[in-house]
Design a protein around this ligand. Structure first.
Ligand code: FES
Length: 170
């Protein structure tokens, strides 16, 4: 997290996030503001890196909905993070097709190379290895993973190392 995103975590919604939410609000009837909650949380997470309670409360207020309803949405979907995590998020699919094509080895290699378990971030704050994902709809490319929602398919150990090398050099 940058200094400005730490600051944002404890403040109200930034102008940029408000603009993004306003964009979503144009797509729904005026009396259905809560329909923008997914987009609103996405905008906050993109800016802050996760969803601090203060920001979820601010979203609730902005969309005129109970805070508990925002917490329910945020805790239901695996794409939202409720605590600070590493800069790059790696999601490994371990569902059937990927499992049959070697997802276990992908998990084994990444946990051992990064020195963290699934659901943990590296101590340097660079990588976040999410809990195993259900099917990410790329079965033809199994085994696969996402890095910050970018698909990497037909993974091999060499391919994984190359992806990490490229991220390390950034
Ligand atoms: S099972 Fe892994 S993408 Fe479908």
């Amino acid at each position: 997290m940058t200094d400005s995103s730490i600051q944002n975590a404890t403040q109200g919604l930034s102008n940029h996030v408000r603009e993004e939410i306003d964009g979503w609000l144009t797509r729904f009837p005026a009396d259905q503001k809560q329909s923008a909650v997914l987009g609103a949380l996405r905008a906050v997470q993109h800016e802050v890196g996760y969803l601090p309670v203060e920001q979820m409360d601010a979203v609730a207020e902005y969309l005129s909905m109970p805070a508990i309803s925002v917490y329910e949405v945020a805790s239901f979907y695996s794409m939202y993070e409720l605590k600070p995590v590493g800069k790059y998020t790696i999601s490994i699919c371990t569902n059937l097709s990927c499992m049959l094509c070697g997802a276990d080895e992908v998990v084994e290699h990444l946990t051992s190379k990064l020195g963290v378990n699934l659901g943990e971030s590296t101590p340097d704050g660079k990588y976040y290895l999410k809990q195993e994902e259900e099917c990410l709809a790329a079965c033809c490319g199994a085994p696969m993973m996402q890095v910050d929602h970018v698909y990497h398919e037909k993974l091999t150990i060499e391919k994984i190392d190359k992806i990490l090398d490229e991220l390390d050099s950034k």
